[in-house]
Design a binder for this molecule. Structure first.
Ligand code: NAP
Ligand code: GDD
Length: 343
């Protein structure tokens, strides 16, 4: 019989890749959908047509209990979150509710549907396995480089602080109730499906528009920030592997390669034969109140225990994103011209 998976955040970048990956592995997959007419539902349906949906919201405990109860999943992947770090300063309470308390609500839904009492210390066989989308933002002002599972946390944003709570409460449910609960401490991962507010996609889209003569300038914040950027398609394989082990544990996932925002800009502009210095301007308002300067992963545990390794290198990733945006912008421009012609 095929395994059943419930994925929150299915309309996001990772959710769509994970749904495709699980369907490819023969799973039946349900995506949790929030809102009464979520416009991103049809987009993910186009990418993964066999995907089913169930209503729910990480802000609403009863909806999560109902979703878990109706799907009866073998595995729950909690990818839902407000994931854009800068939004977490002006909307700190909301981000804490969704990204922090939302994890607790999902763990509680699993505990209730599984019939685990709060005094129970060992979960029964056939339990629901849980994956939490933790983040390298928890390391923040990093105590050591590269960062591994044991590196101290020093979050630098309300987003990072909420993710740290999600991480610890996941571990706590594993230790308290014997739940198979895993925290994937993932470093930045990107793709052509990345939201346009994140720096790699902001760059790839701007490069495409500048190349096609639709834009002149690209305003960015801190060009010196260093990240460990990988490809989202590689990272969802790690999420799945984490839930297939004999015992649950936490894993750092990244490439171990460091690049600055300036490197990302140079690679992207260079790919289309342009000099970034002719187009990039620094906008002080895009610099964050507290920055995470350097992130770099030590994924040795995942490589040894899960047999996981990334396949796409950073320059290839940036090229993939620029090429996809060149195609998309050209298509949209043609459609715009066609529509203008019919008026
Ligand atoms: P994303 O593209 O921004 O997707 C976020 C998803 O969360 C969307 O599907 C969104 O659904 C959903 N969501 C937001 N609020 C919700 C709520 N109240 N209830 C239920 N769902 C809600 O993010 P991503 O890049 O795929 O990242 C997936 C997860 O990994 C996130 O938890 C993120 O924090 C974490 N993470 C990401 C990275 C990375 O580099 N991408 C690295 C480390 C950790 P709607 O359509 O309803 O808005
Ligand atoms: N977004 C953005 N826009 N970032 C910029 C810009 C800009 O114009 N200019 C410079 N940056 C710098 C940011 O200051 C940050 O240091 C770096 O580029 C990366 O920013 P983002 O792409 O927004 O990602 P992030 O690192 O803040 O967060 C992402 O990765 C986390 C894992 O480390 C998100 O996906 C989080 O959800 C995820 O947890």
């Amino acid at each position: 019989m095929s395994k059943r998976a419930l994925v929150t955040g299915v309309t996001g970048q990772d959710g769509s890749y994970l749904a495709e990956h699980l369907l490819g592995q023969g799973y039946q997959v349900w995506g949790l959908i929030r809102g009464q007419a979520n416009p991103r539902k049809s987009r993910v349906s186009r990418l993964a047509s066999e995907l089913d949906f169930v209503d729910g919201d990480l802000m609403d405990q009863a909806s999560l209990v109902a979703a878990v109860d109706s799907v009866q999943p073998d595995e729950v992947y909690n990818l839902g979150a407000i994931s854009f770090v800068p939004l977490s300063w002006p909307q700190a309470e909301l981000v804490t509710e969704v990204n922090g308390m939302g994890v607790l609500r999902m763990l509680e839904a699993i505990r209730m549907v599984s019939g685990l009492s709060t005094s129970r210390t060992a979960a029964p066989d056939g339990q629901i396995r849980f994956y939490q989308a933790s983040s390298s933002e928890m390391f923040g002002k990093a105590a050591e480089t590269p960062q591994r599972e044991t590196t101290l946390f020093h979050p630098r944003s309300p987003y990072g602080a909420a993710k740290a709570y999600g991480h610890y409460i996941t571990r706590n449910y594993r230790e308290s109730f014997g739940m198979y609960a895993v925290s994937g401490m993932l470093f930045n991962h990107e793709s052509p499906r990345r939201g346009q507010e994140f720096v790699t996609r902001k760059i790839s889209l701007a490069v495409a528009r500048i190349k096609l003569g639709l834009q002149q300038e690209l305003a960015l914040g801190n060009l010196d920030a260093v990240r460990d950027w990988g490809y989202a398609g590689d990272y969802v394989r790690a999420m799945h592997l984490m839930l297939q082990q004999e015992e649950s544990d936490d894993y750092v996932i990244g490439t171990g390669q460091m690049h600055s925002v300036r490197d990302a800009v140079a690679i992207a502009f260079d790919h289309v034969g342009l000099d970034w210095r002719d187009h990039v301007v620094v906008a002080p308002e895009l610099v964050r109140p507290a920055e995470v300067e350097v992130l770099c992963a030590d994924s040795a545990r995942a490589q040894v225990r899960l047999g996981w390794k990334p396949e796409v290198e950073f320059p290839e990733l940036m090229h993939m994103m620029v090429d996809a945006d060149l195609e998309q912008v050209a298509r949209e421009t043609r459609m715009g011209e066609l529509l203008a012609g019919t008026w």
